[in-house]
Each structure stands twice: as C-alpha cells, then as structure tokens.
Ligand binder design. Structure first.
Ligand SMILES: *Cc1c(COP(=O)(O)O)cnc(C)c1O
Length: 430
C-alpha cells in the first residue's frame, strides 16, 4: 500500500502517537493510558488536546477530595470519610489462630458489631441492599413477606423495595395504604389462609418524610405477630443514646431508628448500611437472632455477597471505636459533633474571607430535611469548577452567587489549603 504521508509537508504531518504519548510523561499515568490520550487527540485532528485528555483520564480515577459541601455523608463523595492505608500484608481472614484450623471471616467485625448493638449474632455483606436481599432470600424465598404500602420505597441508586423483594424470591404482600397502615393490616395479612407469611418487613423511609394524615405501627407493635420481624433501618445508627458521644445524642438525630432499640423492641433481624450513620466503609450488616443470622450465612447467595479483608478491616476498626465509646475515632461522628464555636475557632487561616452561617446536612439519604448549624467561608462568584480542577479537588457549594466552603466537612488540617484555594479562585491576595 502506498502511503500518502510522503506528500504532506513535514510541519503538517500528524505527530506519531508514540512521540506524543512520550511528551506526556510528566502526567502520573501508566504509558498505555498516555497512548490512549495521544491516539484520541490525533484521531480528533487536535494533537494539542492530548495533554488535556490525559489529565481528563487522570481525573476520572478515584482520588481524595476535600468536601466543602457540608453534606456529611455525600453519596457522590463516598459517604462516610474513611482512612485506609496498609502495606501488603496477609491477614487471619479465615484462619483461627488458636486452633490453626479454617476460621470465619465473620468472627471479627460482625461479632463486634453484634456486641455493640446487643444482637445475638451478625454478619457483614457488601451493602445494605445486599443485606435486605439476602435476609429475604434466606428467610422468605418462595413464601410471603408482608410490607406496608407506605414503605414500598425507593431509597436512591435504584434500591426499590418491591424489586429487591422480587429478586430475593420472596412474594410481596402489601398491607395498609400509602399514608396509613396499622398493626391490624399486618395481622390480617398474617392470618389470611391464602397467604404463607414467612416474615413481616418494616422499611425505614430513610430519605423522605410523610406529613399530615399518616399512621404507621412502631417496631414493638409488629414484633409479636408470629412471623419474625425484619427491620431494614438502613441508616445504621447503632444506639439511639449515642454513648460514643460525650454530649449524648445530638438533637438533629430526632427519631431516627437505631439497631439496638429496634432489636430491644422485638425486631428479629435488623439490616443497615456500613457507610451511613455507622460511619464505616461501604457494607451491609445483618444483626439479630442467632438462628436467623445463621440461615443467612448458610444461604448460597452469602458467598456472592461476602466482603473482603479491606472492608472487614475498616469495619472492625469502626466497631472497636464504638466499643471503646470513642466517637472521635469515627470521622463522621467527629465532624457531626463539632460545635459552631469549635468551627469558628478554626477561622484563623481564612482571615479576610467572609464568614457565613451555613446549614450542614447528614446526607446519604438519611434524615431528610435535617440541618446542622455550621460555619462556612464565602467568596463572591461561582468558582466551583475551578476548585474542582485543583490537584486535590475541593468540592464547594454555590449559594446566592457566592462560593461557600462549609468547615464542618473540611478537616482542620486542610484549612490552609482551602483558604489559599478560595483566595486564588476569587483573585484575592494571599
Ligand atoms: C440506604 C438504605 C438502603 C441501601 O443501603 P446501601 O448500603 O446503600 O445498599 C436500604 N434500606 C434503607 C432503609 C436505606 O436507608
């Protein structure tokens, strides 16, 4: 085949992919990804765009960001903030060090969490959606599960209670109405000879509120209907008394259901997320009566939903912090419990910038409408994109034409960096 390139004057000839890729070597990416950027730039007839394209690839990789939004559990920012760093090490994930025999990966974090919420037993799976699915599959496959029509909810990210039930193989029996459901509705479904009710299911309306003419039975009212009560509390508050906080429960927790109190009220099993109000890694926890948790552990799906040692290690650290009563060791709770005065005490590095009162939120599809008084720093104009494009991206909010960083979700160690970034974005002197 004849090449046409011989007729093209040298200055108009596209640079070779390889040469262009090598010119990008200063960007922290493996060579094949630089080649991808170079190839795409040349294919688009715009070799100069190679550098931007390579930076674009870099920025799509997972990396730490500074959360200036004031949303404590920001789903787009990975929900609960988490430390993880470990050299390459083996672990006793499934080795019993006492006997030298095969051990149980659920013996660490899961057992500790069971203790922390007063459950007979617990197990850990990949997330709460998986926990609900496994519980229903293990306890109600091919049988009926009664749920209130007011709790056939969508939690976000595609978690729809009716769909999860369908996938679990349990048959959904609806009780009550959208706004009002009573114990008698559940009792009637259980007593109906046409039904084969294996479990009664209560789902926390995590991310929305119903107001007005509403009624829903409490956990205790549904606990003695006969079939075991499964309470999907979702948010992962371990104990409504918050013994890990010096000041006890913050007022904004309101009437959020907690694992310990749900079990005390008679729930046979509770399910909750690891990375919402629990403040740990993405995980789902199934806690409750030993026989029921054991049925979940023995179900074939359990193998497909089991977490690895990274998650179990991080969750174990979280559980140990709860057992020590050390809320400060759980980054979510440490940030959530900061007082406005403590936040104001960090304003030094932000000198010269405007202080604003802000409303932080728990986020993560928990506690809708709840605001936590907070302190922010503001500069005029919308600089959100510039802040996001920094080497360590800063995610800020734009409120009434001003860019605001909420100090509640910014680590104090990052105050100087955030202050410098805000000054730079707004064109203010250092
Ligand atoms: C958040 C939530 C879920 C889903 O939890 P993931 O850990 O995100 O899978 C399920 N049920 C309830 C009630 C929730 O609040």
């Amino acid at each position: 085949m004849r090449s046409l390139a011989v007729n093209v004057p040298p200055q108009d000839r596209p640079p070779s992919v390889d040469r262009l890729a090598r010119s990008l070597a200063g960007i922290d990416l493996p060579h094949p990804l630089l080649v991808d950027a170079a190839r795409a730039a040349i294919a688009a007839g715009d070799p100069d765009s190679a550098e931007d394209r390579a930076h674009g690839i870099r920025r799509r990789l997972l990396a730490p960001v500074i959360n200036g939004t004031g949303v404590l559990l920001h789903t787009n920012l990975g929900r609960a903030p988490l430390a993880w760093s470990q050299r390459a090490d083996y672990s006793n994930l499934e080795l019993d060090l006492a006997t030298g025999e095969r051990g149980d990966r659920q013996a660490g974090a899961a057992a500790l969490l069971a203790g922390a919420c007063g459950a007979e037993a617990a197990m850990v799976v990949n997330n709460c959606a998986a926990a609900v699915m496994l519980v229903l599959a293990a306890l109600a496959e091919g049988r009926d599960a009664v749920v209130s029509r007011g709790e056939l909810v969508e939690i976000g990210g595609g978690f729809r209670v009716p769909d999860v039930m369908a996938w679990s193989g349990a048959r959904l029996v609806e009780g009550g109405t959208t706004n009002r459901t009573r114990r008698a509705d559940f009792a009637a479904a259980v007593a109906n000879p046409g039904n084969d009710v294996a479990v009664v299911v209560q789902v926390h309306q995590s991310n929305f509120r119903m107001v007005g003419y509403t009624e829903a039975p409490g956990t205790a009212e549904l606990a003695d209907l006969g079939p075991p009560l499964v309470a999907d509390i979702g948010s992962g508050l371990l104990d409504s008394r918050c013994p890990w906080l010096d000041g006890g429960p913050p007022p904004w927790l309101d009437r959020e259901p907690a694992a310990r109190q749900s079990l005390e009220a008679g729930a046979a099993v509770v399910t909750f997320s690891g990375d919402k109000l629990l403040g740990g890694p993405q995980a789902g926890i199934i806690a409750g009566r030993a026989g029921l948790v054991d049925a979940c552990r023995r179900h074939p799906l359990a193998r497909a939903l089991r977490p690895g040692s990274l998650v179990l290690g991080a969750l174990q650290d979280t559980a140990l912090a709860y057992l020590r009563g050390d809320g400060n060791a759980i980054e979510f709770w440490r940030m959530a419990a900061l007082t406005p005065a403590e936040l104001r005490g960090r304003l030094g590095p932000y000198e010269g910038l405007a202080e604003v009162v802000t409303a932080a939120t728990p986020g993560g599809g928990t506690l809708p409408g709840v605001e936590i008084e907070s302190v922010g720093v503001s500069v005029p104009g919308d600089h959100a994109a510039a802040l996001r494009s920094r080497p360590r991206p800063i995610i800020a909010r734009v409120i009434d034409g001003a860019t605001v960083a909420d100090l509640r979700t910014v680590h104090a160690d990052d105050d100087a960096e955030v202050a410098a970034a805000l000054r730079e974005a707004a064109g203010l002197p250092d």
